[in-house]
Each structure stands twice: as structure tokens, then as C-alpha cells.
Design a protein around this ligand. Structure first.
Ligand code: MN
Length: 249
């Protein structure tokens, strides 16, 4: 798959939670009048992002992640990133762009900071809730297992590399399993709310298929300073089926 198609495919799925204000209101779909409408015309219907549904209860990941952490993490932190992403996009030239295309074009300039932090926060948490769940754990199977073996030599090698990446994040950030442009799987980590899609901001680029939030807000209520225990517990709640779906895109 070409990189462009790759990004588009991911974007369509990401955009599943976008609210299009004119859809479902008995108004006809907007016709393609791109010949008549200059690009710089203000957007009348800005995309608004919504906090995605969690899909399981706050207590569903006990004892690995406690209910109170889930409630605050989802209801306050993720909701906050979502709200601030909408605010950051409002009136910007990126307002109706696909989020993954926005990520791919971000640089470290001041003007990109709010979208970088809050867009990353919105997207990364959406991915996180999707790739964990009750009845998780075990090991991947099928094509994903084969790719892990091919890229890392064995599942255990992958797991050790991932745990090392997560444990090695200094301060706040994420550990990732990502598929690079050549289709190879890589383990990497990013600071803050960056992710491997932000090609100009990371050394290891790719499409993340598994991510672990190692910000203290993700684990401190239960695990305190024992980040390593949280990282190990994460492996008991990975939803490998959903990781495999992301891998297959
Ligand atoms: Mn978080």
C-alpha cells in the first residue's frame, strides 16, 4: 500500500467519530462545487470531534487498571484533549483536514503546538481504549503473530522491547508498536502526546497499532511510582484482535 493510501485508510477509521453537523438533518448532502468555491473561503461546517464511546465500563479492566483511574483518564483527560482539539482547530487552516494528514504535516513551531498536543491526545487515547479491554491478554495470532516473529524474532523479544521502551520514557509519553512504510513492525516511544504518525517530529515513523500511555495520570492512583508493574499489567488487557485489525489496514 502506498503511504498516501495508508494514511487515508487510517483517516477514514479515525474520522468515524467526527460529527458532521449537516448529516442526518434532512438536508441534501453538499454538492461538489469546488470549481466555484475558492479554497480560502471560511468553512461553514467545521468538523467537531467528540469523545469516542469507551465500549466497556470503568471497572472492566480491574484489577489491572482501577475504575477511578479510568473514570478520570477518560472523563477528564481524554475529554479535555477532545475539547481543546476543537478549539485549536477552530478558525485554523487545518479545520477540515483529516487528522492523520494534519499529524503528517506538523512541525515543532509554536503555531502547531496546540494541535500537536491536543490532536495527539485525542487520537492516542482513542487508540489506547480500543486496543485494551476486558478479556484481553494472551498473545496475538495469525498474520500479526507472524509479523511480530519476523520483525523481532519472537513474541518474547517484542514484549521485552516494548516494556523497555515504555519503561525508558523520561517524563510523560507513550510506547508504541507501529508498522513502518515498508510494512515492518517497530517498537518506539514518543514524548508527551506525540505519535509515530507525526513524521517531522519523530525518528521512527509509522502507523501505530498498539500504544501504552505512560503518563503518570494513567497509573499513579494505583501503582504510584511502580511504572514497571503498570507496564506488566498492561499485557493482561491487550485486545490483540483489535490490534490485528489495525495491523491489517
Ligand atoms: Mn493519558
Amino acid at each position: 500500500m502506498k503511504k498516501r493510501d495508508f494514511l487515508k485508510t487510517g483517516a477514514i477509521l479515525t474520522m468515524g467519530t467526527v460529527v458532521a453537523p449537516f448529516v442526518g438533518c434532512n438536508t441534501p448532502a453538499p454538492k461538489d462545487n469546488s470549481d466555484e468555491t475558492p479554497d480560502e473561503q471560511p468553512q461553514a461546517n467545521p468538523k467537531m470531534y467528540e469523545l469516542p464511546a469507551l465500549g466497556y465500563g470503568f471497572d472492566a479492566l480491574e484489577p489491572h487498571i482501577d475504575a477511578q483511574t479510568m473514570e478520570i483518564h477518560y472523563g477528564k483527560h481524554h475529554a479535555g484533549y477532545t475539547r481543546k482539539l476543537n478549539k485549536a482547530l477552530e478558525g485554523s487552516d487545518k479545520v477540515n483536514m483529516d487528522l492523520l494528514d494534519i499529524f503528517a504535516g506538523l512541525n515543532d513551531s509554536e503555531e502547531h503546538t496546540a494541535i500537536r498536543n491536543n490532536g495527539g491526545g485525542y487520537y492516542n487515547h482513542q487508540l489506547f481504549w480500543d486496543i485494551i479491554g476486558p478479556n484481553g491478554g494472551g498473545q496475538p495470532s495469525g498474520d500479526l503473530a507472524a509479523a511480530i516473529n519476523q520483525s523481532f524474532g519472537s513474541y518474547d523479544n517484542f514484549a521485552n522491547a516494548f516494556k523497555e521502551a515504555a519503561g525508558g520514557v523520561f517524563g510523560s509519553g507513550w510506547a508504541w508498536l507501529a508498522k513502518d512504510d515498508a510494512g515492518k513492525l517497530i517498537v518506539t516511544h514518543t514524548p508527551n502526546q506525540d505519535n509515530p504518525i507525526m513524521a517531522n517530529l519523530v525518528d521512527d515513523k509509522g502507523m501505530p497499532i498498539l500504544g501504552l500511555d505512560v503518563w503518570e495520570h494513567a497509573y499513579y492512583l494505583k501503582y504510584k511510582n511502580m511504572r514497571k508493574d503498570y507496564i506488566n499489567a498492561f499485557f493482561n488487557i491487550i485486545n490483540w484482535e483489535n490490534v490485528a485489525k489495525r495491523f491489517a489496514m
